[in-house]
Design a protein around this ligand. Sequence first.
Ligand SMILES: [Zn+2]
Length: 128
Amino acid sequence: MDKKGLYDTILNLENQAKDLADQLAGIKEEVSEMTQENHTLRMENQYLRDRLDSELSQKSPDSQVPDQVPPADPNNPSGLTKSRLNLENIYEDGFHVCNLFFGKRREGDSPCAFCLEVIYGDRDQKQD
Ligand SMILES: [Zn+2]
């Protein structure tokens, strides 16, 4: 191999190395995004599991508490049922409780009419 050929080969390898470095950087970025998304989903999943567990334990069939809606509770002036209060808590913690987006984060805690309907809807039909 003459000097020219050797030089071309080196240039070629150098370009391939750059391409590989670019590809690696791209893959690294993708992995980083996926890791973040995975982390967020794990957190949301755990959060929703905890919510579900606490809700289920409140509805335990072993419980001696009669299965009735309690009368007006001074700690509960909104008059929401327990399950609606749970939904309200989840909603206020920044997650959707509506059928459309259930379990997803509310972007920037922006209000969601569907969620509000789920939590507060049907209580009385009058609109103001
Ligand atoms: Zn919603």
